[in-house]
Design a protein around this ligand. Structure first.
Ligand SMILES: [Zn+2]
Length: 147
């Protein structure tokens, strides 16, 4: 399972998440609360995600094998900003007062507005190809890992 630790996250991203979370609690005290779903993800876990639509397994437990909604990532091992330590990306979700996870689009849009006050971060909700609203990454992460 991917790490959910803030300590496995690039310091600028950790700062931006923490600041946005604090602002969120002040601005929207009754709304579901943001939490980290993933920071660092190992190469092995990344490859398993990539392979989901072609691994002949029922990954989402709906009785179907390799159907469309098992596609979750087009990044192979080492190609995702999550595969570095500290991670150059984090994914979030929201939890309501009853403890249920909430993926309502509105929360992601509002939270992204707070995260993006910190310069140098790209939101997956603004991606051109595969929109990924739970995802935030360091804009220039590829330049940092290129050798
Ligand atoms: Zn992500």
């Amino acid at each position: 399972m991917a790490s959910r630790s803030l300590f496995d996250l690039n310091p600028l991203l950790a700062y931006a998440f923490g600041k946005a979370e604090a602002e969120w609690l002040l601005l929207y005290p009754a709304a579901p609360k943001p939490f980290l779903v993933a920071t660092h993800r190992s190469n092995q876990e990344q490859q398993a995600l990539y392979d989901q639509p072609r691994d002949k397994k029922d990954n989402d437990g709906d009785g179907q094998v390799d159907e469309k909604d098992e596609f979750v990532s087009n990044a192979r091992a080492g190609q995702s900003p999550h595969n570095y330590l500290p991670s150059y990306a984090f994914d979030i979700a929201f939890r309501n007062s009853k403890g249920a996870t909430d993926y309502n689009l509105k929360w992601f849009v509002d939270f992204a507005r707070l995260v993006l006050k910190t310069p140098g971060i790209t939101w997956g909700g603004n991606f051109k190809s595969i929109i990924d609203r739970p995802h935030f990454e360091l804009t220039d992460w590829e330049k940092l890992v290129r050798k």
